[in-house]
Design a protein around this ligand. Structure first.
Ligand code: ROI
Length: 167
């Protein structure tokens, strides 16, 4: 049975192998998925690494997409893009990565299983997620179980986060 389309928000992040290029290529790959239609794409943001400090700065962005894929179907597609774009990860927890694609929100759903946690676990404390999200989402958006986007942004310091480009 085809599903009614929902709005999903996808977080993109990279700090290796030309991160701006990684995000541009990833964006095109997501747009090319069948069952996914881009609605909005934030500016690109540069932020200091959360986690071990001895790694390059990150470039992050958020996409709003309408999708008819299931949450796990979308996850599989995003993981395939991560792999096909040569994702490199050191074994280090919170270490550098070529490409990270996270489902931040999937409509109003709350999901918690072995594969997927939605809303994304760390998103409400991460400036590099909340600010790009707020750029493209309605300010009154409810993050299920966490509160209203505007309030979460107001409570989150920018920590040097800067916009680097408009795409
Ligand atoms: N830090 C920043 N600034 N941006 C990220 O996307 C990011 N992703 C991660 C960890 C390693 C937690 N740190 C990050 O996965």
């Amino acid at each position: 049975m085809p599903r009614a389309p929902v709005i999903a928000y996808i977080g993109l992040g990279s700090n290796l192998q030309d991160p701006v290029r990684q995000l541009r290529i990833a964006r095109q790959a997501i747009i090319a998925l069948s069952g996914v239609r881009e609605i909005a794409f934030s500016s690109l943001y540069r932020s200091a690494p959360m986690g071990p400090a001895e790694q390059p700065d990150y470039i992050n962005a958020v996409m709003a997409a309408e999708t008819s894929l299931s949450p796990h179907g979308l996850l599989k597609s995003l993981q395939a893009i991560e792999r096909s774009h040569g994702r490199v990860r050191t074994g280090l927890r919170w270490g550098p990565r070529t490409l990270d694609l996270d489902i931040l929100l999937y409509g109003e759903e709350r999901i918690a299983d072995e594969q997927l946690t939605v809303p994304h676990a760390g998103m409400t404390e991460r400036e590099f997620v909340l600010y790009p999200l707020a750029e493209i989402a309605p300010s009154g958006l409810e993050i299920p179980g966490r509160g209203i986007l505007n309030d979460l942004v107001a409570a989150c310091p920018r920590r040097g986060l800067e916009v680097i480009d408009h795409v």
